[in-house]
Design a protein. Structure first.
Ligand SMILES: *Cc1c(COP(=O)(O)O)cnc(C)c1O
Length: 416
């Protein structure tokens, strides 16, 4: 038996161990133990990630790609090793296909601006879905303002399922790009991305997946997906904020103009002409989040040692448990009960404003997200202004869900 399958045998025991790796989870709020159920907004960090960031600043910190001296060579090496680590983690064909960005938002803006700005023309169509985070809506609207593309929106049903057949009808000879979430942060829905990519490619359209949630909740293989662009953030993957990734197929990236200009993205500069660096450096103008790369690399080591499939299995267990327990609560309505979901539950409580629920839960030490979750069009689709969202990370356990359910029961009593 290998280490990974051994891990999955005794989940409760292992979760207790994983949980102990996260110092912040031992904090108390209002003298109560913290129950952290907002990992979809940003995950807590294991000690190894905190240590890696500190290690950089304590022992190896200098600017990268510039100095001939020892320290700069060390930090440059670590930065580039982090790129190779990311490459392995999502199974990209080459580390040159990994562009470091600030996060998912910047990665999508990069594609919209650079690819969209150079390859798309007025009248070209792109397809988004009703599940999208604002980060995968607004950059395309900015592009529409700039060059006059058309934006179409693939619908979902009442349960939050992505409607593949409706999507297929939207594909036309003018469709150039399909930009879809690989996991909804608000509902948890995981769209059928294999089919979406196959159908899009058959029509000659490229596909960008917003992987901010999906990369955290299960294994991702960009080559198996045959996806053209893939974006995610370090901070949701138990790594630091301020660093994220754009994966792009090498041929596509090579043909794309720079997104920002500055230092570290050039071969040579005169006032007449600048020659740009090759990929991925061409897209990394300026001093990047150097310590963040150390932290992201440590985060990938951390989740890889547990195994993304084990994390997925654990979160699916929590999802089933939470879905069943929440339905015990009088007049609680789950928003988003799609067939294929990540560990996220969104709901509303009849007659109680989401913000009031969030505030009452907070006094019990329970951290949930309330509001529109940066997905206002999605909320509109359900005729609501927001939900309460509990999202699970690898460190959550059934006791966290029991605490949530008990506190919601108390909320229900206050408002009945
Ligand atoms: C969080 C999130 C984003 C934005 O990520 P940033 O880290 O804020 O750039 C985009 N899409 C989804 C699905 C998300 O969950």
């Amino acid at each position: 038996m290998n280490a990974i399958s051994a891990v999955s045998e005794n989940t409760a025991f292992n979760v207790a161990r994983w949980r102990a790796d996260f110092p912040l989870l031992a904090e108390q709020v209002y003298d109560k133990p913290l129950v952290f159920l907002d990992s979809a907004a940003s995950a807590q960090k294991p000690q190894s990630v905190i240590d890696a960031v500190s290690y950089c600043y304590e022992h190896e910190y200098a600017n990268i790609h510039r100095g001939v001296y020892w320290l700069s060579q060390k930090s440059t090496e670590a930065y580039e090793q982090a790129r190779v680590k990311v490459q392995g983690f999502i199974n990209a064909a080459s580390e040159r296909e990994i562009v470091f960005t600030k996060g998912t938002t910047e990665a999508i803006n990069l594609v919209a601006s650079s690819y969209g700005g150079s390859e798309l023309q007025a009248g070209d169509e792109i397809i988004l879905s009703h599940l999208e985070h604002h980060a995968n809506i607004v950059p395309w609207q900015l592009l529409r303002q700039r060059i006059g593309i058309e934006i179409k929106v693939a619908p979902i049903d009442e349960q939050g399922n992505f409607l593949l057949e409706e999507f297929e009808k939207l594909l036309s000879p003018r469709t150039r790009l399909v930009a879809i979430t690989h996991g909804s942060n608000a509902l948890g829905t995981i769209p059928p991305v294999d089919d979406i990519i196959r159908l899009s490619h058959a029509r000659g359209a490229l596909v960008l997946l917003d992987g901010a949630q999906a990369v955290v909740h299960g294994p991702v293989d960009v080559q198996a997906l045959d996806v053209d662009f893939y974006a995610f953030s370090g901070h949701k993957l138990y790594g630091p904020s301020g660093i994220g990734v754009l994966y792009g197929k090498a041929d596509l990236l090579k043909a794309m103009p720079p997104y920002q200009g500055g230092g570290d993205m050039i071969k040579s500069v005169t006032f007449e002409k600048t020659e740009f660096a090759d990929i991925p450096g061409r897209f990394e103008a300026g001093t990047p989040h150097i310590a963040g790369a150390y932290g992201l690399s440590a985060a990938i080591d951390y989740v890889s040692a547990i195994g993304m499939s084990n994390i997925a299995r654990h979160e699916q267990e929590l999802l089933s448990y939470a879905t069943a327990r929440l339905q015990e609560i009088n007049s609680l309505r789950l928003i988003g009960t799609a067939d294929n979901k990540a560990g996220i539950v969104s709901f509303e409580l009849d007659g109680v404003h989401a913000h009031d629920i969030g505030t009452i839960l907070d006094r019990e030490g329970i951290a949930v997200r309330v509001g529109h979750h940066c997905a206002q069009p999605l909320m509109e689709r359900f005729n609501i202004t927001g939900t309460v969202r509990a999202s699970f990370g690898l460190y959550n356990n059934k006791a966290d869900i029991d605490a949530l359910v008990a506190a919601l029961g108390a909320v229900r009593e206050i408002f009945d």
